[in-house]
Design a binder for this molecule. Structure first.
Ligand code: G
Ligand code: G
Ligand code: MN
Ligand code: NA
Length: 250
């Protein structure tokens, strides 16, 4: 398709692609402790495209592999620039399924002079649905090499709880649909509290996504959530803007 050709072209010269970074904040201190890398594509004709408009095409065409590697390389540069922060990247099922994923990731991180411990790999539960054991083995190898692994959009897939037993991860990121309804919906609050309790009992860091106001922030830190992320703090920002945002905070 046309978008696919244009994306291939963008990847070959880097034109129009960029990575924005959304801070993740420590719930107790309020300090930025990490960043999530989110790819952006300013299409030559259509203008800025949301990832939802091109990530699925990249996945179907296999272009998610070079795209994901490009994002990871950018994220590593950022991790070297801000060595006190971790940088999280989203990993799609297609990438995890490529035979040499671990070697490619290690190669990129090493070339950038970045410690694996600074990089967090975000996986959604749906990634783990198919080829469960192969995906698990890949993730476990990466964790053994020092990378952190986070389970993204937690609670939206099915059988979240059995995944937590099967896949050793460092962090769960509670999906923002649960955070949205925190103020109005007693059940959403009960779910958040239970996920925090469960996560902590398993020794995991618990992050809340989609924090949009102070009330949500207060409820989440009262519930014992470790890390918060969302528009209340800031949207994802271009590299220099996020560096300025962090500098301003401290
Ligand atoms: O920030 P936002 O609208 O940009 O992201 C929308 C979706 O796109 C999210 O589900 C996010 O995980 C996904 N996404 C953003 N950047 C990347 C990326 O580099 N790789 C993959 N696989 N998904 C990404
Ligand atoms: O699936 P993933 O968690 O990687 O998606 C990240 C997506 O969430 C991005 O599209 C990002 O722009 C979006 N996002 C980040 N913070 C907020 C928020 O506070 N509210 C909403 N509605 N979306 C958010
Ligand atoms: Mn994510
Ligand atoms: Na998410």
């Amino acid at each position: 398709g046309q978008i696919e050709d244009e994306l291939r072209h963008a990847l070959s010269d880097g034109q129009g692609l960029s990575v924005h970074y959304q801070p993740e904040v420590d719930a107790q201190s309020g300090k930025v402790i990490g960043l999530e890398a989110l790819v952006r594509w300013n299409h030559p004709v259509r203008g800025p495209l949301a990832p939802g408009e091109f990530i699925p095409i990249a996945e179907e065409s296999g272009l998610i592999v070079p795209l994901g590697e490009w994002v990871l390389a950018q994220a590593c540069r950022m991790a070297v620039r801000l060595p006190d922060l971790f940088v999280a990247v989203n990993v799609s099922a297609v990438q995890l399924r490529t035979g040499n994923f671990v070697e490619r990731v290690v190669g990129i991180v090493t070339a950038a002079g970045c410690r694996p411990g600074l990089i967090e790999l975000e996986i959604t539960e749906s990634v783990l649905l198919d080829e469960e054991s192969a995906a698990a083995a890949t993730l476990h190898r990466l964790r053994d090499l020092g990378f952190r692994v986070a389970l993204d959009d937690f609670g939206t897939g099915y059988s979240s709880l059995s995944y937590l037993r099967q896949f050793k991860v460092d962090k769960i990121k509670i999906d923002r649909s649960f955070i949205n309804n925190l103020g109005s919906d007693a059940e959403a609050a009960a779910i958040v509290t239970s996920v925090v309790t469960l996560g902590h009992a398993m020794g995991l860091t618990v992050t809340a996504e989609g924090v949009e106001n102070r009330e949500q922030m207060d409820r989440l830190s009262d519930a014992g959530c470790n890390e918060l992320q969302g528009y209340f703090f800031t949207r994802a920002l271009p590299e220099d803007a996020v560096v300025a945002f962090i500098a301003k905070q401290t």
